[in-house]
Design a protein around this ligand. Structure first.
Ligand code: SAM
Length: 297
């Protein structure tokens, strides 16, 4: 099978903040296709123990091949990073020198039209990152009440047309279930008046698709839980580095770090770190990345 390698974002910045050292234990909570893990392994001549976590089966399979040179040092776990305590205890790990979170989607997920993440391609309305999960985007769109839908689009997509979109979805649903990305895009198109559609900087479906993806995968809840638990595993001087791709995630990271600043963590990035202009030109998907890092006291 042909697989798509994801171009890792801000690799030098990640290495700078995590500062991996030989003999240490590092956890890549969002393994993807293993780009950042590989960089940490190369930086330390493979002399670290690395736990790579991803809930996406394809990501684990790709990384397994990609990192095979380091198979003695690496353990790959297919799991939700929200279960970090359980995952580490099962590996008999109680202290960690560095955690990395590179949130969001990997290119192999975005580029696979069948997964339903893109509003530009017609596919089943799925959006599950972990195929073992039961609820997909179609379930949310077809089974939520109008006010629940409005809340999802407003709170998780910051979509100003949330109310009208929810109304239009409910109307369409009465006629037939909404099962495809194309069908949903057509409904959203009708919900947003033409003059506002034309004037928008981003596509009128962008925010709805983002909101549904966050809801399906419970992304904010998972991040909250995982960060709190990961901090407890950090050894003194251990680092935690998080890259997020939208403001809701970044807000969670910022406020979690602030909450324990001076007690458990020292913040290493007083100002959020963004990719260089050069990197955003070479890899437009890095554009929205925001990095925050902290050190265990
Ligand atoms: C942006 S990609 C990471 C790319 C990676 N740093 C690389 O260099 O290839 C994000 C990855 O995190 C995974 N992911 C997102 N949320 C997760 C969660 N709650 N638990 C486990 N994996 C998750 C996704 O499946 C995806 O593969």
């Amino acid at each position: 099978m042909k697989f798509h390698m994801h171009t890792p974002v801000m690799v030098q910045e990640v290495l700078h903040y995590i500062a991996p050292r030989k003999g240490g234990i590092y956890v890549d909570c969002t393994l993807g296709t293993g780009g950042h893990s590989q960089a940490m392994l190369e930086k330390t001549d493979g002399k670290i123990r690395l736990i790579g976590i991803d809930w996406d089966e394809e990501a684990i399979n790709i990384s397994c091949k990609h990192l095979r040179e380091y198979k003695e040092q690496v353990v790959l776990v297919r799991a939700n990073f929200a279960d970090i305590t359980k995952i580490l205890k099962e590996e008999n790990i109680y202290k960690v020198n560095g955690f990395l979170y590179d949130l969001g989607l990997s290119s192999h997920q975005l580029d696979n039209v069948f997964r339903g993440f893109s509003f530009r391609e017609d596919a089943l309305l799925d959006m599950r990152m972990d195929k073992r999960e039961k609820i997909n985007a179609a379930d949310i769109v077809n089974k939520s009440s109008q006010s629940e839908l409005e809340d999802i689009l407003w709170n998780l997509g910051e979509e100003r047309w949330a109310k009208r979109m929810a109304e239009f979805i409910i109307e369409e649903r009465k006629v037939c279930p909404i099962t495809s990305t194309k069908q949903l895009v057509e409904i959203l198109k009708r919900a947003v008046p033409a003059k506002f559609r034309r004037g928008r900087k981003i596509h009128f479906a962008t925010r709805t698709f983002q909101a549904l993806r966050i809801a399906v995968n419970r992304e904010l809840e998972n991040l909250q839980k995982s960060l709190s638990e990961a901090i407890n595993f950090l050894s003194s001087g251990g680092k935690i580095c998080v890259m997020s791709y939208h403001s809701l995630e970044d807000r969670i990271v910022k406020s979690k770090f602030k909450q324990v600043e001076g007690k458990e963590l020292r913040i290493l990035t007083p100002k959020v770190v963004k990719p260089s202009l050069q990197e955003t030109k070479e890899n437009p998907r890095s554009r929205s990345a925001r990095l925050r890092a902290a050190e265990r006291l």
